[in-house]
Design a protein around this ligand. Structure first.
Ligand code: ADP
Ligand code: MG
Length: 655
């Protein structure tokens, strides 16, 4: 006969604060393979403490414990977990079934932590449930089973990995006497098949079933009686017991972890939804804001490129700066003479287009449109890519003669003419008749302005017949290909100031900008804007993450007992860590996916209903998805670590 269990002078002292409680004061005993041992004693005598040490759930403070000839003090936590999983089975007083799993799934629970893949394991679980008389109850959840039935599920669970020893701590403590006897009979039957049984009980009737009875009192063995000598052959030679390394992560286990994470999230729907919500809102915000930013950027880029990069925009500065009026006479007005002078004196100028703009009331028949009226020159057609869609542009001659001809934008055309052909018709602009000679090509909207809501007329006509002014508002100067923009700008400024006998100190009165400058200003503004929006989204994601951490911490506390159970069944710290991390990451990815959908929908809605240009880029989707996974990882780590670090026995004890 081999002693499967050998204790030498085991002591266990619990330290609760400053007080030291000695629970075992020097226990030495041997248990043979194939035996059925009852441990008896009054409450508080140390029975559970002893059983936990025997079951490798707790470590002694002093003394030596050999299991199957192996010194357990040399084994690390992972090896102990692997030993528990492979060779030991546990039956607890309070059954410790997982409420969200049915009987069959509860029996299968230890398999996740087993080394290697088990063949036909589902059928084996069914057979074991049949063996404990629960064939008809396989799909029932624990709360649909009686106490006796639950404990039989627990016995079946302890058998799934073919243990050498089963440890049972008051397995009948919560049962009526009839169910209690059934459980004891079951244990006897298992013992007859060769499994070593160590059972704690304080009822002499139940201890009767055992061959050997050990009595404890105040942490010491006070009696040790055997009814007859042990004749049975143990089921297996215990010397084959190996402290195997924990099973590496394989597909079967990974699949199980994911399913478990999903189920535990599903069984707490409200909580999961609330955790998801934070990340969902953050990601939706991120996606929508990135879509707006990208859309706006693309749109301005498109507009700018339409204008061309060799354009200078010349304006007279307003008479005030920062709200303070400049000294009298310090304002500048641009005129057509300036245009002529620049054309003649600055050699790098290719085209120059003046603008005299105002608003006008356009009338055709009974139709009205209040619109922008730009007086300009024929070169406008080329600097602004505005070759008429139908009809023609006005000529130099028409400009000089202040002809009353007009080109109308698509929006104006729709408002005044509906489906009629406008060419050759007369419209009134501020009560003056104009002949419509062309329709401008559609330009779409630029931000908030409808570029098709305008009328183009010759600049002289605008100044003298419509607006009653002898100056222009601004001009576009197109510089020849390859010429230096800055140099041209300086020349123009010097010329305009010189014509007014002003020195370089009045430089500020003339404002010349090129497209690149404007583009730079716009993109700098947009960058600040994007960063602001981005950081708001980022902060809400962070808040979402903290929410997740909070809920995960609650979940860990609430499931302390489950963690204890899993550890007793052979889960090591890594398994528990992985399980909780996975839950946190799944929650975040769920929130991330829903957030991406919501954010993209919002972006589309903004485009359709508000008319804002939005672009949901693939990179923003990938970024958000990755971000939510990272949030789950970061904020799940601490709760998961907390769960993983629980000692199995403290966790099992937790109420
Ligand atoms: P039994 O199972 O025989 O009722 P236990 O082994 O549970 O006895 O407890 C033995 C002694 O150790 C008791 O005095 C108990 O209060 C004490 N004890 C058990 N567990 C702890 C613990 N985790 N911390 C402090 N004291 C404990
Ligand atoms: Mg106890």
């Amino acid at each position: 006969m081999t002693a499967i269990i050998e204790l030498k002078d085991i002591k266990k002292v619990y330290c609760t604060g400053a007080v030291e409680v000695p629970a075992l004061k020097g226990v030495s005993l041997k248990i043979e393979a194939g035996d059925f041992v009852a441990i008896m004693g009054a409450s508080g005598s140390g029975k559970s403490t002893l059983l936990h040490i025997l079951g490798l759930l707790d470590k002694p403070s002093e003394g030596k414990y050999h299991i199957a000839g192996k010194d357990t003090s040399n084994l690390n936590d992972n090896q102990l977990a692997a030993l528990r999983n492979e060779y030991l089975g546990f039956v607890f007083q309070s059954f410790n079934l997982l409420a969200r799993f049915n009987a069959h799934e509860n029996v299968l629970l230890p398999v996740i932590y087993a080394t290697g893949e088990k063949k036909n394991i589902s059928e084996k679980a069914e057979q074991l449930l049949g063996k404990v008389g629960l064939s008809a109850r396989m799909k029932h959840k624990p709360n649909e089973l009686s106490g006796g039935q639950q404990q039989r599920v627990a016995v079946a669970r302890s058998l799934i990995n073919d243990p050498l020893v089963i440890f049972a701590d008051e397995p009948t403590g919560n049962l009526d006497s009839k169910s209690a006897m059934e459980i004891i009979d079951l244990l006897k039957e298992l013992n007859a098949s060769g499994i070593t049984i160590v059972m704690v009980t304080h009822e002499p009737d139940l201890a009767e079933a055992a061959r050997r009875t050990i009595r404890l009192q105040d942490g010491l063995v006070v009696s040790d009686e055997s009814k007859h000598s042990l004749k049975k052959h143990p089921k297996e030679d215990a010397s084959g017991m190996k402290a195997s390394h924990h099973a590496p992560l394989n597909f079967y286990r990974a699949k199980n972890y994911v399913t478990e994470a999903m189920r535990s999230l599903y069984s707490n729907k409200t909580r999961t939804f609330l955790s998801v919500l934070g990340v969902l809102i953050g990601v939706a915000g991120l996606i929508a804001m990135l879509a707006l930013g990208t859309g706006a950027r693309e749109e301005t880029k498109k507009q700018m490129s339409r204008l061309g990069s060799n354009l200078l925009m010349v304006r007279a500065s307003h008479g005030s700066r920062g709200g303070v009026s400049l000294e009298a006479g310090a304002t500048v007005k641009l005129t057509l003479d300036d245009v002529q002078a620049i054309r003649e004196n600055v050699s790098s100028v290719q085209r120059i287009v003046p603008y005299a703009s105002g608003r006008g009331q356009a009338v055709y028949g009974s139709n009205n449109a209040n619109t922008r009226v730009d007086g300009t020159s024929p070169d406008y057609e080329f600097t602004r890519n505005s070759t008429p869609e139908s009809g023609r542009f006005f000529t130099q001659e028409e400009m000089r003669s202040r002809a009353k001809v007009a080109l109308i934008g698509k929006t104006v055309e729709r408002a005044l003419f509906e489906n009629q052909n406008p060419l050759g018709e007369f419209i009134k602009i501020n009560r003056t008749d104009f002949l419509v000679i062309g329709v401008l090509p559609a330009k779409g909207s630029s931000g908030w302005r409808d570029e098709d809501d305008k009328i183009i007329i010759p600049v002289n006509t605008a100044m003298y017949r419509l607006l009653g002014q002898d100056s222009i508002n601004n001009m576009d100067v197109q510089i020849k290909e390859g010429a230096d923009m800055d140099e041209a700008s300086d020349q123009i400024k010097k010329l305009l100031l010189g014509m007014r006998r002003m020195g370089p100190d009045k430089n500020d009165l003339i404002d010349i900008r090129n497209i690149a400058d404007i583009q730079e200003t716009i993109s700098a503004t947009m960058n600040i804007f994007s960063m602001l929006l981005g950081s708001i989204a980022f902060i809400s994601l962070l808040v979402g993450g903290i929410g997740i951490m909070n809920i995960m911490l609650v979940s860990v506390t609430e499931r302390t007992k489950e963690i204890g159970l899993r550890k007793s069944l052979g889960a090591n710290s890594g398994d528990i860590m992985f399980q909780f991390m996975l839950e946190s990451i799944v929650v975040c990815l769920l929130g991330g996916t829903m957030g991406i959908i919501l954010g993209a929908t919002t972006a589309v809605m903004l485009a359709v209903f508000a008319g804002w240009k939005t672009i949901v880029s693939a990179s923003s989707v990938i970024l958000s998805f990755a971000f939510s996974a990272i949030i789950g990882f970061i904020f799940g780590t601490w709760p998961a670590k907390k769960a993983a670090d629980l000692s199995p026995i403290e966790a099992l004890r937790y109420e």
